[in-house]
Design a protein. Sequence first.
Length: 356
Amino acid sequence: MQDAPELFVTNFNPRYTGVSATAAAVLPEQIHRFRAVLVGCALPGCPDPITRKRALALSRTAPKDRPFAIWHVRRNTEMQLALIARDLLRLPIRIVFTSAAQRRHSAFPRWLIGRMDAVIATTDAAAGFVPGCRAIVPHGVDTVRFCPATDRAAAWRATGFPGEYGILTVGRVRPEKGTDLFVKAMIRALPDLPGAVAVVAGIAKPADRAFLAGLKAEVAAAGLADRVIFAGDVPAERMPGLMQGSRLLMALPRYEGYGVTPIEAMACGVPFIASRTGHFAEFAGPEGGPDQAGAVVAPEDWRSAADAALALLTDLPRHAVISTAARNRALRLFSVTREAAAIGAVYEDLWSGRHP
């Protein structure tokens, strides 16, 4: 590398999580703006990562034309290494942390966050739980990678799943993510939606395998084992195609800090139904408005979620209107280009010595 990096983006979790997805979406944009490297574990669509040891070595001197490099971190382990680099090794770096949590952090993360040079919150609600918030920057999605299919039916056939189209939920199989609420909603809705197949895209960790087994038993008892598919982990490179072939995404978590899957669906021209948590109401837009992209229901209200799905999927003209609005709303408000520009402004403020 000719010049030392000015931006180190860390990803220390080998599993592809929601946090990983947000970093993977924005890093390709940042590489066009800054001399940036990925540190730790690989991310789809991003340059090969460097090791933590190499990142520390490259941080020993300030980058060209900058007083210091920036480490952008998103997890406790990443904050810890960055603090060691800055405070123990005395390397010329500053640390930026992104927080999406809409609840009080526990004691150790609060201590770590309090030592960041700048904090970016993804929502107004998240900003209320962190000190030193420099900016509120909603996550965005890659609207080129996530885009509408030219032929939705063909896109669904390409997934290899049965049926004519999908109703999708994405995320770890566990109570917090509301996987059981999605299953109940599908048991209620699918008998009146011939051709639809519900897909749960996500793994169950060992502690949640009994929970998963219970869901499968519930589906079997309803006679829907061939129409509710527990797909396990879906590789990141397959996710755009899976969304493009679906007609609806559901996200019914009991808690969500932010949640990007609805805006990934929106970018694909796929409406969503979600619980009123995370940032989902802001994604959806005003109910009945010209750019409504989805609908939100009360937490735990799987019956209303099922009824909303039935109403939308049996009214094809309305579905087409909301599909178009969803794509347009994602382009206008939730593109990763917009996110990268707002994050870049925080970096420039740090480099220039400006304060909020």
